[in-house]
Design a protein around this ligand. Structure first.
Ligand SMILES: Cc1ncc(C[n+]2csc(CCOP(=O)(O)OP(=O)(O)O)c2C)c(N)n1
Ligand SMILES: [Mg+2]
Length: 539
């Protein structure tokens, strides 16, 4: 006999969990009793929001759920924002918290950490939130969470365990992982119909969203076989390797992409919600051809927004593989020539789109290219700051799962640096570059201590314009006197050193190159600060 808490960590390990992000409290210590008997590594953030962002960054790089151990009450309200970001971008996350004992639930007696109804608070940012009332029900409830991660639209899941339940002894023999279902495949008739349309298409177009990343190789092979231009969202970046001739661009708000969608004869969209942040800043309805196919794992998503003639409910990877078989896509890699009809169409869309890029691209693109030159396989983890909006339009990461930020979906400031720590823990051998502003960094700056402690050599490329620049500009454009945006900016060089991090302010591209390479060799975070008024940016 062991306690429910001890067996829980063993079960998590059996499901492949390697890392847990958490801040222990008197209500969760029983979750920690069993940890030393597992190989699971515990990472301690400095705030529960940091735990959630780290888990999110880890999940986006690995495709596996990020797992958090959180105390009842304030711990849970602290992590809600991070769960909101993960919910908005369909990221798998498992949040296990304590809650007051069974006989106190709903009593509102003013107990320590007590919320009147914690589950209700969390329900809005999770696929489900469950209170474990019986320790023996743990394997079933945990299996439900992993079944969602394996076979449905990934979203955060919350399981709260009353503190008397965590400490109860259970029969270890029943604590076994369950066999998980494979994600759903598309009905054969629908694949056949879609393949028929695509085979006959003269001007096919693919639109790939974050959900397509699961089938990245299949999506690329299909695009090449069809010789179809590809539009991808921020979260689908990297499915096409950099410089691929079929890359047509990303921002669906831009007129050339509107026109390309309207003039295609078959459009196939995979794992994409056509969210507002993909159509920013000018949310005009897209016009689709009659033969509009959508593949998504979420049935509701298939009928939201733009209505498809052929909605296919399926896992992206299996549906793309089935389509490939139906179309006779060769297993051998095709090399798309730059003068194929699809490549020519893609180039025309791409070139026309570049004219609509934000003016700030001229500043931030050369910086990003310098990063990619110094650290070719870098993972870019962004906050919601000027460099991020600019690079969303143009940066081509080396591979999938290597470019994401919080400017999409929920749009949470403070995400970038802790999510970067999570990304680095997921891929310790790859450079991780955090794109963050001076405002966003201050939201979660305490996590620098967690980054040092966890020995993560992330590179924080700090864009310092001394304020909430984006919002200031927005106010000025609307003739509102800027208030609350010219914030006091601390000396990040001194702060970084206080945390035990590396820090440098760069004044030239040569110095940037050197410092990036040096920072990437450290096992502590380094702030590489670029001041928005630096002279080298204006050359
Ligand atoms: C939690 C949260 N609060 C407020 C905002 C609104 N907001 C969006 S961008 C921004 C300014 C961010 O400043 P900074 O990180 O310095 O980036 P900059 O725009 O200056 O490059 C603000 C306040 C937000 N997105 N998230
Ligand atoms: Mg700023």
């Amino acid at each position: 006999m062991a306690t429910c808490g001890e067996l829980l960590v063993q079960l998590l390990e059996a499901y492949g969990v390697e890392l847990v992000f958490g801040i222990p409290g008197v209500h969760t210590v029983e979750l920690y009793r069993g940890l030393p008997k597992t190989r699971i590594r515990h990472i301690t953030p400095r705030h529960e929001q940091g735990a959630g962002f780290m888990a999110d960054g880890y999940a986006r790089v690995t495709g596996k759920p990020g797992v958090c151990f959180i105390i009842t009450g304030p711990g849970m309200t602290n992590i809600l924002t991070a769960m909101g970001q993960a919910y908005g971008d369909s990221i798998p996350m498992l949040v296990i918290s304590s809650v007051n004992p069974r006989d106190q639930l709903g009593m509102a007696e003013g107990r320590l950490h007590e919320l009147p109804n914690q589950r209700n608070v969390v329900a809005g940012v999770s696929a489900f939130s469950h209170t474990l009332m019986e320790p023996s029900q743990l394997p079933e409830v945990l299996a439900r969470a992993f079944a969602i991660f394996a076979g449905a639209r990934p979203r955060p899941v919350h399981i709260e365990i009353p503190i008397d339940v965590i400490a109860e002894p259970v029969d270890a023999a029943i604590m076994k992982p369950r066999n998980l279902p494979a994600p759903p495949a598309a009905p054969a008739a629908e694949i056949e119909r879609a393949a028929g349309w695509l085979k006959a298409a003269k001007k096919p177009l693919l639109i790939l969203g974050g959900g397509a990343v699961k089938g990245a190789a299949e999506a690329l092979a299909l695009a090449e076989h069809l010789d179809a231009p590809v539009i991808h969202t921020v979260n689908a970046k990297g499915i096409l390797p950099p410089g691929h001739p079929l890359r047509a661009g990303e921002n669906m708000a831009y007129p050339p992409i509107h026109a390309a969608i309207r003039s295609a004869d078959v459009v196939l969209s995979v794992g994409n919600e056509f969210g507002e942040t993909e159509l920013w800043p000018d949310y005009k309805p897209l016009v689709f051809p009659d033969k509009f196919i959508r593949i998504d794992i979420d049935p509701e998503q298939l009928v939201r927004g733009f209505s498809a003639a052929l909605p296919i409910l399926a896992d992206a990877r299996s549906a793309l593989a089935d389509l490939a078989r139906a179309l006779g896509v060769s297993k051998k890699k095709i090399k798309t020539a730059t003068d194929s009809p699809g490549a020519k169409r893609a180039a025309a869309i791409r070139n026309a789109t570049e004219k609509y890029w934000m003016p700030t691209v001229a500043v931030h693109r050369p910086i990003a290219l310098a990063v990619q030159k110094a650290l070719p396989d870098a993972i870019f983890v962004g906050d919601s700051a000027e460099p991020v909006y600019a690079l969303n339009q143009c940066l081509e990461p080396s591979r999938p799962r290597s470019y994401f930020n919080s400017s999409t979906g929920y749009g949470t400031l403070g995400y970038g640096m802790p999510a970067g720590i999570g990304a680095k823990l997921a891929a310790p051998d790859r450079p991780v570059v955090v794109l963050v502003g001076d405002g966003g960094l201050q939201f979660t700056i305490g996590e620098l201590a967690a980054g040092v402690e966890a020995k993560t050599g992330i590179i924080i490329l700090l864009w310092n314009n001394e304020g909430y620049g984006e919002i200031k500009n927005y106010m000025i454009e609307r003739q509102i006197r800027p208030i609350g945006v010219d914030i006091y900016t601390p000396d990040f060089q001194v702060i970084a050193k206080g945390f035990g991090c590396g820090a440098v302010r760069v004044e030239s591209y040569e110095q940037l190159h050197r410092e990036l390479i040096a920072a990437n060799k450290r096992n502590i975070p380094t702030i590489v600060e670029i001041r928005a008024d630096a002279a080298f940016l204006r050359r």
